[in-house]
Design a protein around this ligand. Structure first.
Ligand code: GLU
Length: 429
């Protein structure tokens, strides 16, 4: 178990425990997931055959409210991974002061190998299997890697069919026409953008003098690259799972986004379409992207990208984790000794779940907000919590990651204590 992702994720917690005074009860609770469900999902494939898929949902901790977190479709999904991601969601929701605990779900598959109809049957089958485990006041799924608004719409619809009542607040990240929130699609990147902007102004760095490399060109990576390039940052490299491109002068991100379709890699777009002629560029691997001499590195793909093996190649001064868990705890230690500022996932990518919370609030109140209102509230929350974590890091002379855990632990501890702990029951008062 020692080389599991969850064991590695737990190390983050151990480090922060030194800086908080929590009851033993809180610490004991946080070591274990509240409930884990593993399901087999039978799906009738287009060719008539039957295929069984493995799915999971883990509700890690609900001390602060119903559990919340995305559903991932990926070949590497395992119970260990889902549990780790659910653990991170617990802290992420506490960092942003959302009235939620943490959860995560996943199905082990290569989604690109399924037709759209097969994907719909699979998504509805997943909800059939976990329907008693979720609910607007219990656990609320959302999008994650390789899941999207349409899949969320199918899930909400299936849950509503099972319960015989329209229940939009059971899933977030839905299409707008089914009760989704404006701004949810761009929320993860927008939230990261607000954190980057507030940290860079603290560091007195001008966008025009700041180079950026982004690993991953999905919903989060592509949008953050575009937001940064629009305000003048020099985005010099981007990549997807096939590889990347680098141009010293900076890349034309809006054109790359326009040309990119699900079936075509970044490298092909850049060379076959008109953007190719705009600047000279080099074709690079994902490994090379992580080692570029840039100011800001943004891992926005999957976990375990910067490890003990490649951490010494990293030259960036600031790393903003838009993906969940892209740096292993061992690599994190090395980056700290090198003086690299690492801004953690549980803060940087929390914009997604924050707007999911706004969506849930809108679904329950029946009153829908404008895009300006959503982004305004998102900015307020991201900037406020970034500043608080920065202040804790400064005061205790600890990393931003440990400070984020300290911040979350204080909130989790307070909620747990309000329910009564050993200290309360054993005291004479
Ligand atoms: N999957 C996203 C995350 O890791 C969003 C979760 C949500 O919106 O509930 O934060």
């Amino acid at each position: 178990m020692s080389n599991s992702l969850f064991a590695d994720a737990s190390k983050r917690l151990e480090k922060a425990l030194k800086y908080v005074s929590l009851s033993e009860d809180t610490i004991e609770h946080l070591k274990y997931p509240k409930a884990s469900l593993a399901v087999s999902i039978p799906v009738r494939m287009d060719d008539g055959s039957l295929k069984i898929f493995q799915g999971y949902r883990v509700r890690y901790d609900d001390t602060r409210g119903p559990t919340k977190g995305g559903v991932r479709y990926h070949p590497n999904v395992s119970l260990d991974e889902v549990q780790s991601l659910a653990f991170w969601m617990t802290f992420k929701c506490a960092v942003l002061n959302l009235p939620f605990g943490g959860a995560k779900g996943g199905i082990t598959l290569n989604p690109k190998a399924l037709s759209k109809m097969e994907l719909e049957r699979l998504s509805r089958g997943y909800v059939d299997a976990i329907a008693d485990f979720i609910g607007p006041d219990i656990d609320i799924p959302a999008p994650d890697v390789y899941t999207n608004p349409m899949i969320m719409g199918w899930m909400m619809d299936q849950y509503s069919i099972i319960k015989r009542k329209i229940t939009p607040a059971v899933v977030t990240g839905k299409p707008i026409a089914m009760g989704g929130s404006l701004g949810r699609d761009t929320a993860t990147a927008m939230g990261a953008f607000f954190t980057i902007e507030s940290m860079m102004s603290k560091m007195d760095r001008l966008p025009s003098e700041t180079t950026v490399a982004v690993q991953g060109f999905g919903n989060a990576g592509a949008i953050i690259a575009e937001l940064l390039s629009k305000v003048g940052y020099k985005v010099v490299a981007v990549s997807d799972s096939q590889g990347g491109i680098y141009a010293k002068k900076g890349l034309d991100i809006p054109s790359i986004r326009r040309y990119k379709t699900s079936s075509r890699g970044i490298q092909a777009i850049y060379c076959e379409e008109s953007v190719c002629s705009i600047v000279e560029h080099e074709v690079i691997t994902n490994e090379q992207l992580l080692a570029l001499d840039v100011d800001i590195l943004i891992p926005a793909a999957l976990e375990n990208q910067i490890t003990e093996e490649n951490v010494n190649n990293v030259k960036a001064k600031y790393i903003f984790e838009v993906a969940n868990g892209p740096i292993t705890s061992a690599a994190d230690e090395i980056l700290a000794t090198k003086g690299v500022y690492v801004f953690p996932d549980i803060l940087v990518n929390a914009g997604g779940v924050t707007v999911s919370y706004f969506e849930w609030v809108q679904n329950r109140s029946g009153l829908y907000w404008t895009l300006e209102e959503v982004n305004h509230r998102l900015k307020q929350k991201m900037v406020e919590e970034t500043n608080r974590i920065w202040a804790i890091a400064e005061e205790l002379a600890i990393s931003m990651r440990t400070a984020a855990y300290v911040h979350a632990l204080n909130r989790l501890g307070e909620a747990r204590e309000a329910k009564g702990t050993r200290d309360y029951y054993l005291s004479d008062r």
